[in-house]
Design a protein around this ligand. Structure first.
Ligand code: MN
Length: 255
């Protein structure tokens, strides 16, 4: 099972989440929202081979944390994964559009210079600009649009430029989310929870709840759950084989 976008460091008891994700054998991309947070969040994953920690600078924090870009650059060689990054065009953050764009563009440029990264991207109400930037920086790596909420047309464009998608239980509960998931290339989908921000009936989602998304996708695809699970694990394998050689070889910290 895969939770390719989870904020492990933001649960009340992160160590417990790590233990339980490990016990449930979940592959976790532990995303961070600031470069400063990456350092201790990566420590959480130490000794847990299914957990990877990505270096992020969340668009909703860009205006407060742009000063951490030099730290981002310093830490980037230590991980193959970047996120949560992106743009947020929601009314509460739109006023910081200029600094968001500057941060996102810098992160993409640094990733390109570093040989490319696997990137977990937030694109709420900013899909067109995200896709423009990604198209302009193809060497930045493999983009994964997390909780995609754009239009069918934007989805086609995203798929055309090589985007992947991570989808979770909260997204797949709604009709729009299901329709979008059905239109995504089946060989470029992973599951996620976006916990603890995203919730289910039992409260904030946790990594093992990615299982709900596997079942929802099986229903959407009209295939048995085991087949959906196998397809998703295959996708994870393909994804982990992409990326720069010097990081693939595992000579750097496997954060
Ligand atoms: Mn998130």
């Amino acid at each position: 099972m895969i939770d390719f976008h989870c904020h492990l460091d933001l649960y009340p008891d992160p160590e417990r989440e790590v233990r339980e994700a490990d016990a449930a054998r979940v592959y976790v991309l532990s995303v961070t929202t600031t470069p400063r947070a990456w350092i201790r969040t990566a420590q959480l994953a130490k000794g847990h081979r299914r957990i990877r920690t990505s270096l992020g600078l969340h668009p909703q924090l860009a205006h407060e944390r742009a000063s951490e870009l030099p730290l981002f650059e310093e830490l980037l060689p230590r991980t193959r994964y970047v996120g949560e990054i992106g743009l947020d065009g929601g009314s509460d953050f739109g006023k910081h559009a200029a600094i968001q764009s500057e941060v996102f563009e810098t992160v993409l440029r640094l990733s390109a210079v570093g040989g490319g990264r696997i990137m977990s991207i937030h694109s709420r109400r900013a899909v067109d600009e995200i896709l423009d930037r990604l198209a302009a920086t193809p060497d930045a790596g493999t983009p994964i649009l997390h909780w995609f909420s754009g239009t069918a047309r934007q989805l086609r464009r995203a798929a055309d430029i090589g985007c992947w998608f991570s989808v979770g239980p909260a997204m797949l509960r709604g009709e729009k989310g299901k329709a979008l998931a059905l239109a995504m290339p089946t060989n470029r989908i992973l599951t996620e929870t976006d916990g603890p921000f995203a919730s289910g009936p039992a409260g904030p989602l946790r990594p093992a709840d990615a299982w709900q998304a596997v079942k929802q996708l099986a229903t959407t695809w009209n295939i048995p759950v085991d087949e959906a699970r196998a397809r998703l694990l295959d996708n994870l394998r393909i994804l982990s084989e992409t990326g720069p050689d010097h990081l693939k070889a595992g000579r750097l910290a496997t954060a």
